[in-house]
Write a new protein. Structure first.
Ligand SMILES: [Zn+2]
Length: 343
């Protein structure tokens, strides 16, 4: 275990990557906040993704909300993690006499993994592949993700958090005004509550996932127009059942804010408002859980986040951490392949 701070939570993690589930859930409860204009569309879509849902859990009237699909949340975080693995020399790698070798030495091996990339070139042996999973790959089968999340929803109605912006493209050759294009944007300061639930991760794998969430700042439409999004971690929860859906989380915030006298159409909504209500919202949503729960917030949470930040600031420690994480993943993948007769 790399982070000493996690030693007291040891029983909530698995000591090694497991072959079969034991349902040790560690949920990262967070708020995603747009810090610039952003566009959330599915590929090729002209309009942003929205859904009509009940406003709250105790307010059944329908409102239209901006949605951020699961893939739009997780894919950028996977890319962040993989870029880090590349930066620290995990790719290229090869397996030589049952051991992992890197760099030039790896490239000399016939069967080396030069890279691992979404969606077609997944290597099936790295921490990303083993944590976030992959669809069927020839000769390798498929691997179920040990990280779950679902679509997240804005707290406020879509109509007041979006803006149509027109661009007048100046033709540089003729210096005349050319085509006018219009985009549908999400405005800055939009909050989307979310939970990412990890299942049966080792403590080090959990640190990798948490680091990816904290490092990732660009979400939305791929290409040049991605928006800056800040992830605020509200709590970490250890349990043996899943806690709540992202929609329920948004609806519970809606109820709490409206009951506190907030008008979610006319009044501003700030991070401070949400931080004030977060403890009671999470408490309410987890009060009737059919399972155990250990909630980590406040100073305890800050101690974990601080240790994750310090690890990420220290180049040498981070290099050793990623290498060890990768070696664990590879030796697990080799063992599985051997017992399944693919070794
Ligand atoms: Zn991989």
């Amino acid at each position: 275990m790399t982070l000493k701070v996690l030693e007291s939570y040891q029983k909530y993690f698995v000591p090694a990557i497991p072959r079969t589930p034991t349902n040790r859930y560690a949920s990262i409860i967070l708020l995603r906040e747009t810090k610039s204009y952003a566009i959330f569309t599915t590929e090729g879509g002209e309009e942003q993704d929205v859904e009509e849902v009940s406003a709250g859990q105790s307010h059944s009237e329908k409102i239209t909300r901006l949605v951020m699909f699961k893939r739009k949340q997780v894919a950028p975080e996977r890319r962040t993690g993989k870029a880090l693995l590349r930066q620290y020399g995990i790719f290229p790698y090869a397996i030589k006499d049952g051991k992992v070798v890197y760099g030039e030495e790896a490239l000399r091996e016939k069967d080396h993994y030069a890279d691992c990339y979404l969606p077609e070139g997944l290597c099936t042996h790295c921490p990303d592949c083993l944590i976030y999973g992959y669809a069927a790959i020839e000769g390798e089968g498929a691997r179920r993700a040990r990280l779950m999340t679902d679509t997240c929803f804005s707290i406020r109605p879509y109509q007041i958090i979006q803006k149509q912006i027109k661009f007048n493209v100046i033709d540089e050759a003729t210096h005349t005004s050319g085509t006018i294009t219009e985009y549908d944007y999400t405005t800055p300061g939009v909050f989307l509550p979310a939970v990412e639930t990890t299942v049966d991760l080792t403590a080090d794998e959990f640190v990798y996932v948490l680091g990816n969430i904290l490092r990732t700042s660009r979400y939305g439409k791929e290409g040049t127009r991605q928006g800056f999004v800040r992830n605020h971690i509200l709590a970490i929860a250890f349990s043996d059942v899943e806690l709540f859906a992202n929609l329920e989380f948004t609806q519970a915030f809606y109820d709490a804010l409206v009951e506190a006298g907030k008008n979610l159409v006319d009044d501003p909504l700030t991070l401070a408002d949400l931080l004030e209500h977060a403890p009671s919202v999470i408490q309410k949503l987890t009060a009737n859980l059919t399972g155990r729960l250990r909630l980590v917030t406040g100073d305890e949470l800050e101690a974990i986040l601080q240790d994750v930040r310090e690890l990420n600031q220290d180049e040498e420690r981070l290099r050793a951490f990623l290498k060890n994480l990768h070696e664990q993943a590879v030796s697990f993948a080799i063992k599985v392949a051997e017992t399944e007769g693919r070794g």
